[in-house]
Design a protein around this ligand. Structure first.
Ligand SMILES: Cc1cc2nc3c(=O)[nH]c(=O)nc-3n(C[C@H](O)[C@H](O)[C@H](O)COP(=O)(O)OP(=O)(O)OC[C@H]3O[C@@H](n4cnc5c(N)ncnc54)[C@H](O)[C@@H]3O)c2cc1C
Length: 342
């Protein structure tokens, strides 16, 4: 892939990164936004989509997913380019003052400024605790379903007790050659209706349910043929398995951000409170990823930081140019950018 040009790259599409698109857009600055997750919303969508939030100004109660939907709607006029399911792995300053941003799929963007809105880091799947599993991850062991047809007609083992494990169990049971759901305990966290459906399938002999943990795997000619499950009573059960889907949830990892040479304090990026700029001019950090005296990891703090960072980015991209504070209520140019007004 050849390098693409961007005015600004935002790393992280959580609530704060999404609001940054809007604040930059009001100032006439276009953004590309990248997130390692396949969907926008950061912690709100990944960790608590159905919980109500009570401390967003002027919204006495707002569901976490609803907040993300509203932020997407608000950012829409500014036509940001979204690159989802891509982790930013490299961020390099270039001799001309710009930055080269490279993602896990090899995409390279050259930007005039970068905003890191990486929250608590990029979410990584919790991995199967089986020695040597790395060698078969992506081939025989998967932490998410990219294309469900890959599992059709196969001997499949699904691990986990949450919604993803149960949803895929129900969705795949009649398309695979054999299916076993392995969960470490008898209780499930998934939606009760899906758990009930899975139990019906077990009772009808359409799949197996096994309590325990996958502890070993066996290959034949580099192909997975079996896994071993350790039951709570210590018994080892051998299961035929060509494909394993493990859904143990996600955990955040600061990951590559820690390796970009930016000044850190307790795993957060140090910024000033005028521009929310990191130790490298032109690289800004907003939301949960940053730290400064008095920092509070709240969504509303991140929104304020995005507004001030947008002005600082405008000044960074146009040095020496006078800045004006304009109101959305009265500014024809802002209203034109928003696609509203006369
Ligand atoms: C259970 C719970 C309840 C909460 N309730 C409230 C509340 O009531 N009010 C409130 O104000 N706050 C609340 N919070 C905190 C709030 O969710 C966070 O402050 C907010 O999500 C921070 O937003 P963010 O955009 O900075 O980061 P995040 O939401 O963490 O999003 C960061 C994004 O960056 C991505 N990312 C990181 N590194 C990379 C990389 N290298 N490449 C690509 N993508 C990357 C991540 O995948 C993630 O999607 C709550 C948090 C939790 C866990």
């Amino acid at each position: 892939m050849s390098d693409s040009v961007a005015e600004v790259v935002i790393i992280g599409a959580g609530p704060v990164g999404l609001f940054q698109i809007f604040e930059l857009g009001l100032l006439g600055i276009h953004a590309h936004i990248i997130d390692s997750l396949p969907q926008v919303g950061g912690q709100c969508t990944e960790l608590y989509p159905e919980k109500p939030i009570y401390d967003i100004p002027a919204l006495p109660i707002c569901g976490a997913q609803e907040l993300i939907d509203r932020l997407m709607e608000q950012a829409k006029p500014f036509n940001a380019d979204f690159h989802l399911g891509e982790e930013v792995t490299e961020l390099q300053p270039l001799p001309d003052g710009k930055f080269r941003v490279v993602t896990s799929v090899g995409r390279a963007l050259v930007a005039g400024a970068v905003v890191i809105a990486g929250g608590v880091g990029s979410f990584q799947p919790r991995r199967l605790a089986v020695p040597g599993v790395e060698a078969i991850e992506g081939k025989h062991v998967h932490y998410r379903v990219k294309a469900s047809v890959d599992f059709h007609g196969k001997e499949v083992v699904i691990c986990g007790g949450g919604d993803s494990a149960l949803d895929w169990t129900v969705a795949l049971h009649d398309k695979v050659r054999s299916l076993t759901l392995v969960h470490r305990r008898a209780e499930f966290r998934a939606a009760p209706a899906t758990v009930a459906r899975m139990r019906e399938l077990v009772a009808a002999g359409k799949m197996q349910l096994l309590e325990g943990n996958v502890v070993a795997h066996h290959l034949d000619d580099e192909k997975l043929v079996r896994v071993e499950v350790q039951a709570p009573d210590g018994r080892r059960v051998h299961l035929p398995a060509e494909q394993v889907l493990a859904f143990f949830g996600l955990h955040p990892k600061l990951g590559p951000i820690a390796e970009w040479g930016l000044e850190l304090e307790k795993k957060a990026l140090k910024v000033d409170t005028e521009k929310f700029q990191t130790s490298v001019p032109g690289i800004f950090a907003i939301g949960d990823i940053n730290t400064y005296p008095g920092k509070k990891k709240l969504i509303l703090s991140g929104f304020h930081e995005a507004a001030l960072a947008a002005f600082a980015i405008q000044a960074h991209l146009n040095p020496g140019k006078r800045q004006f504070l304009q109101y959305t209520t009265t500014s024809p140019i802002m209203q034109k950018r928003l696609g509203v007004g006369a």
